[in-house]
Design a protein around this ligand. Structure first.
Ligand SMILES: Cc1cc2nc3c(=O)[nH]c(=O)nc-3n(C[C@H](O)[C@H](O)[C@H](O)COP(=O)(O)OP(=O)(O)OC[C@H]3O[C@@H](n4cnc5c(N)ncnc54)[C@H](O)[C@@H]3O)c2cc1C
Length: 415
């Protein structure tokens, strides 16, 4: 793999950009791999990358039924933060956030990580208490976050109306080193690095069955034929229930569409991410100037990857109260992604009832921020067969044993 650098740009400029090589190879599948990862979203690619980087396992195929990064990884609103309430959550999200800080240098790929700060507005007294509790927990966890006053909120985000008629802003949980990154670049950066290590990323290759013998996985059936493997990692977000069904077990997961929309581009007006969980909407400004707006999930299970008018209305109506200036904006486009929700709104990184088969899912509405940390933890689980400290609490057995890691009450919304 040729490194990207200022020198490379100058060299290619001189020879009319004829020397750039493809970022990743597009090989045909081999008959057998040591590890097959199903799903070339951020989590699947990060799993493969850290298997190679941390454990030297490079005989890997990542199988993707569509195009890489075409699932939720390429459809999300890119909020990155780590100020979760529960200890296991704060540990994995903070690991992830710290890996994002050096992603561009580590992978020689510009991820446009922008630690511009994430603010979660407190608009009820219940939220003040909740966020103050989180701020205290974060101090103990070593996560840098603070509870700030309404005046400080207005100072950081001048376009906010802090005296909203129904829900005035009463304070906010503020994480200054949280922010966002370019979603496609995360998938592309990992894909390029995986391909450079000799791994095969096989797009348009849908897994249609999981084969096993004596309770241990032997391979998968795909739209490109049968492929054998020693170990299988299922990392397919909203399709986790389907893949688990193929492997012969059930998951405590519901799949629903989550929607987002963007406005026409405008001049810079807000340089951090703001989440308003009581009215349920969140907003940031992209580098192109569009206001990126996210709302809630559909109220019923479904697999539709598209937007709907009632969601635009609900989300924008909620946000207009806090950001009156957006009432003048034209909305340009909207879309949906299929998110995988667990009851406690925490992920699953786990062994499964099928031998040598591992699953990573349940990141729901908030798994973009966790891609590097999740890949790191999943790689350890796949390589060693047992979870390391980051994944230990996120096993499937917690649902049988009642050891929930409850982030649903803590965060209200888990982006
Ligand atoms: C609108 C929206 C906004 C969001 N906003 C945020 C946010 O601001 N911050 C945040 O942290 N998170 C956010 N999320 C959540 C985040 O996007 C996801 O949690 C995360 O991207 C999941 O990544 P993944 O790699 O697990 O899944 P995906 O990117 O969905 O990848 C899974 C891949 O598996 C493939 N696949 C499925 N079935 C098969 C099969 N049978 N064979 C082969 N391949 C298969 C799919 O095609 C897909 O490419 C948002 C999600 C949505 C939809």
């Amino acid at each position: 793999m040729r490194r990207y650098s200022a020198f490379a740009i100058a060299r290619e400029a001189l020879r009319y950009h004829t020397g750039w090589e493809r970022a990743w190879r597009s090989p045909e599948p081999k008959k057998r791999y040591r590890v097959i990862v199903i799903g070339a979203g951020g989590h699947g690619l990060a799993t493969a990358y850290y298997l190679g980087k941390n454990y030297g396992i490079r005989d890997i195929a990542v199988l993707e039924k569509g195009w890489l990064g075409g699932g939720n990884t390429g459809r999300n609103t890119t909020i990155i933060r780590s100020n979760y309430l529960q200890d296991p959550s704060a540990a994995i999200y903070e690991k992830s956030r710290s890996l994002y800080e050096t992603f561009s240098q580590d992978l020689n790929y510009n991820a446009m990580f922008s630690p511009r700060g994430v603010m979660m507005l407190a608009q009820t007294h219940h939220e003040i208490r909740g966020y103050q509790r989180t701020a205290h927990a974060n101090v103990l966890q070593g996560v840098q976050t603070e509870f700030i006053s309404p005046e400080r909120v207005k100072e950081i985000v001048p376009i906010i109306n802090i005296e909203g008629p129904r829900y005035p802003v009463l304070g906010a949980l503020w994480q200054p080193r949280a922010g966002s990154a370019r979603h496609d670049a995360i998938a592309w950066g990992y894909a390029r690095a995986c391909s450079a290590m000799g791994m095969d990323i096989i797009q348009k290759c849908e897994v249609t069955g999981v084969r096993s013998e004596g309770g241990t996985v032997t391979g998968v059936s795909t739209s490109k034929g049968e492929i054998d493997c020693d170990k299988l990692a299922i990392v397919v977000a909203g399709h986790s229930g389907q893949l688990a069904g193929m492997a012969g077990f059930r998951l405590p997961i519901e799949s629903v569409a989550l929607q987002a929309l963007v406005s026409e581009p405008i001049k810079p007006c807000m340089d951090c991410v703001v989440m308003a969980n009581t009215v349920h909407g969140y907003m940031s400004q992209s580098d192109k100037g569009e206001m990126v707006i996210g709302g809630g999930a559909d109220g019923y299970n479904n697999y539709t990857q598209r937007g709907s008018f009632h969601h635009i209305e609900e989300t924008v109506r909620a946000l207009v109260e806090t950001f009156p200036m957006i009432s003048r904006l034209k909305m340009m486009r909207m879309w949906g992604g299929i998110v995988d929700m667990t009851g406690d709104r925490s992920p699953i990184i786990s062994k499964t009832p099928l031998g040598n088969t591992f699953i990573n899912c349940g990141w729901g509405t908030g798994g973009f921020k966790s891609i590097p940390g999740s890949g790191w933890a999943m790689a350890e689980l796949v390589a060693k067969g047992e979870p390391g400290p980051l994944a230990a609490e996120f096993g499937l057995d917690r649902f049988k044993e009642g050891r929930f890691i409850d982030e649903s009450v803590a965060a209200g919304v888990a982006h």
